[in-house]
Write a protein that binds this ligand. Structure first.
Ligand SMILES: [Zn+2]
Length: 362
């Protein structure tokens, strides 16, 4: 059985508990508010912290981005700089190459200069030698000229003045003033003399003019007999040089003309041929000019020829016109006779200066 006390004790216990609880309940909202207030504060702090983190993160990103930018920028600059360095290095190399080339060129130029100087020295010496030779030759020529002038003055002083005038007049017009007569012909113009004139010429001391060319005529008594080659001549005939700028030939059967004299003159890689009748010295045809040295240019003319000694300036040949002067023709005839005599005495054919001789059959 329960006693009241016990119940009362129980009751009192309950009442106290109730009161405590009621008081506690009454206090609860305040505590909640406090807690809530405290929560708000914490939350704010958290949010602040979060915001701060966010801000930091942004800053970091910004910095990173900046670094990245800077890195990119630095990289670009580096590249540009490298590029510039490469350009500069290439320029340096180009300049170095140019300098090297110039040095090599300078060496070659120096060599050229030395060679040219040596050549100039040699040429100068050669020219000096030639000059001295020319001066010596001129002095000799002048001496000979003076001698010839003296002979000429002596000769002219000895000739009758009317005859001298006639001689000068004809010589001025025809190149020569006097002509030999042979086989009743004036050898300069080849005109046959009348028998009476021929006899007059042959008469010693008579003065006769050619009726055709007006030259003074003379008769050489030593020519009265046909020319016989002088085999035992002590004087040796000079032989023409193989290489000469001018060459004369006797040709026994030239084209349809028969016996002629050929004069070839080389010059400037060309050659010119003049043809003269062997008896009259009159020019046959025009001057023929061809490309190349005459031996190569006129091979067909050089068969069966006899090479003669003869050398006159081409300007002289031009001045003679269409007829060789008597003195020239005589010189060539004499040389031809000597060449034939030489050939007879040797008894065989020489290959160059005198080729085999077959007088024209025509
Ligand atoms: Zn005459």
């Amino acid at each position: 059985m329960r006693s009241d006390i016990q119940n009362l004790i129980e009751l009192q216990k309950a009442d106290r508990e109730i009161l405590r609880l009621k008081e506690e309940i009454a206090l609860l909202p305040k505590r909640v508010a406090t807690i809530e207030a405290k929560l708000v504060g914490t939350r704010t702090t958290l949010e602040k912290a979060k915001a701060a983190i966010k801000a930091d993160e942004a800053l970091r990103r910004k910095s990173e981005s900046a670094i990245q930018d800077l890195e990119v920028k630095t990289n670009d600059q580096y590249k540009a700089l490298m590029h510039e360095i490469q350009f500069a290095e290439r320029d340096i190399r180009t300049n170095e190459d140019a300098i090297l080339e110039l040095m090599v060129n300078a060496e070659a130029r120096e060599k050229d200069i030395k060679a040219a100087e040596a050549e100039l020295k040699a040429e100068t010496e050669e020219i000096e030698r030639e000059k001295a030779e020319a001066l010596k030759r001129t002095a000799e020529d002048e001496k000979q000229l003076a001698e010839w002038n003296r002979s000429r003055d002596v000769a002219r002083a000895a000739v009758n003045s009317d005859l001298l005038r006639h001689y000068d007049r004809v010589a001025k017009h025809r190149g020569t003033g006097i002509s030999e007569v042979r086989e009743q012909k004036c050898l300069a113009c080849q005109v046959m003399l009348r028998p009476q004139t021929y006899n007059e010429v042959r008469a010693d001391g008579a003065l006769v003019f050619c009726e055709s060319c007006q030259r003074i005529l003379y008769y050489d008594t030593s020519q009265a007999q046909p020319v016989v080659p002088v085999v035992n001549s002590k004087r040796r005939r000079p032989h023409p040089k193989f290489e000469a700028s001018q060459a004369w030939y006797y040709q026994p059967s030239f084209q349809e003309y028969g016996e002629v004299l050929l004069a070839f003159i080389n010059g400037d890689g060309r050659s010119r041929r003049r043809v003269y009748d062997v008896a009259t010295g009159r020019q046959i045809g025009e001057i023929c000019e061809r490309e190349g040295e005459y031996r190569l240019a006129f091979p067909e003319d050089l068969r069966e020829t006899i090479r003669l000694n003869g050398n006159w300036a081409e300007s002289e040949l031009d001045e003679w016109g269409t007829e060789l002067p008597m003195v020239v023709l005589d010189t060539l005839h004499r040389d031809l006779d000597m060449a034939r005599a030489e050939e007879v005495s040797r008894g065989h054919t020489r290959s160059e200066a005198v080729s085999s001789e077959h007088p024209a059959a025509s």
